[in-house]
Design a protein around this ligand. Sequence first.
Ligand code: GAL
Length: 674
Amino acid sequence: MKSPFLFALGFAVAVVTPQIVSAETVWLDDLNLASASQGWGEPQKNKSVSGHELTIGGQKFARGFGTHSESSLRVNLGGGAQKFSASVGVDDEVDKNPAASVEFVVRGDGKDLWRSGVMKAGAAAKMCDVDLTGAKTLVLEVTDAGDGNTYDHADWADAKFATAGGKITASEERPAPVAPYILTPSAPATPRINGATVFGVRPSSPFMFTIAATGERPMEFSAKNLPRGLKLDAKTGHITGALKTKGEFNVTLHAKNALGTAEKKFRIVCGDQIALTPPMGWNSWNCFAGAVSADKVKRAADALVKSGLINHGWTYINIDDYWQNHRDSKDKTLRGEFRDATGKIIPNSRFPDMKGLADYIHNLGLKAGLYSSPGPWTCGGCAASWQHEEQDAQTYADWGFDYLKYDWCSYGDVALNEMTNVMNAQLWGKTAPNDASAILPYKHMGKFMVEQKRDIVYSLCQYGMADVWKWGGSVGGNCWRTTGDIVDTWRSMSGIGFKQDKAAPFSQPGNWNDPDMLIVGQVGWGNTHPTRLTPDEQYTHISLWCLLASPLLIGCDMEKFDDFTLNLLSNDEVLVVDQDELGKGATCIINHGDVRVYEKNLADGGRAVGFFNLGVKAAEMQFNEFAPLGLTGKQHVRDLWRQKNLANVDAAKGSLSLTIPAHGVLLYKFTATK
Ligand code: GAL
């Protein structure tokens, strides 16, 4: 609105003074907030991220933008913007949780114009008042202040622009749209044995391994030097049985169909360690969230087989939260006793037969996973394992489950009661806490996991607190989340994926850093939509997760696969980078502006290299920095997505001409040659 006073003044003195242009107010909440990307929840207009009245340090605000770190909103200033002002802080809805800490950042044309400094829950709002004269674009960011994004509910309250003209709009800077394009060639009709080259099992545990092989069916499987105690079903390729004593066995797997034969060396290691390569499979959370049921899980297992993904090594079908009864849900299917008279957990009515469900999954040649928390409640508010850890571990094993994701929620808030504050301060501080806090619940359950008569992959889900990668293996963990929850935006995926270097040295067979589940395909936490990642962003996602040796857990509705997604998940040369026996996690070796080059040593002496482009325009370069990647002499270069030999290059004087798509990747394998 133009001020009437200024208008009158301008009119009265128009003859003798230059025109005074009055400032108009444009409210931030009137812009397209949906274009913001954020680490949790949806951007909110005039409300906190959880839908409450905006409140910072007891002060209420009628207008503003409620968000969650890591958050970014890009604003085009339209040429005439003069000022941006807001009151910022952590929303009171997080109830002074000490884990909540954020920093608000205002960036103009790529430069920091204002930073709030680290802000904690309960603190009074800080006033941000920034001169925008001459600025073209503004980015409003909320960072996690370096401690993970848990409870980071952040408000830009009372936020507005003063402008003298030009339209102020909000939009994300995105690469130009590209239609999905398939790079993975179809698997040949002749047999090809895919998947991991090594498999770990504990003595006497039931052995379950399905030979992953593509090619026309029917197919006949056989194996040379299969140790005593194991048997192979020639029709299905399922290897079952048990090994009594520790040892290593070098086996040769064979597959035969009407068109040809294939063989592959395969090592079975009977010892203390399992998950010798990162687990691959599916988890219910990113598509079904609180709407999961046994029926949906069975259909997911069927889809994994029907889609052919089982032939590329995808194995686990994991039920996440909401198989238990809920503490206060209005949904009748979630209401009921939490435990029976003996203390045994009772699944909710959507899961009438847990053993039957696990059997169903096993009969398909797959494995079954489950979820719980060390506190009394899961993150979704269902019954969890507090004070029933041993009994729950036994129940999961009796039912036949092979994987447990063990979350954190409610352990900090409820179980430790008055210790919570001390503990959280330790957890989120820079120093690693001792057993009394972060490690204890995981160590406790870890003991019961290995005591079971079957192998259960133990997956810690506490978002990386207390540098979990440093101690996760010592409590029996096979994988551990290194971050908060992923969502299907570029900001979330790239923000997580390109920040894993510090955990990488701890990646090894049996111990995997987990940057969270895959967000390709139809995802949406109970209400699915096609992933918001562009095709190139999806190639980046899968390439990066494979280079990092991450667990690969598909998070989409597998009954709704499209050709692009299926191809993305069935490139055996890419997947083998993830499943490599050495178990190394790639790190960023070269960082030039938007281009990041990641390198991973492979068991066969080769190196997988990902050339990533974080920019919104294609990056072209003549690449010759082979030495930092450890590449010397003559190198054979293969494009893994296209499964095509590219070139032979002399690392000393040659170069490679690269065009990396916007937000995209080139994933190459280098092998020394003569
Ligand atoms: C979160 C976890 C998610 C999902 C959810 C279930 O803490 O990070 O992956 O398991 O809990 O409520």
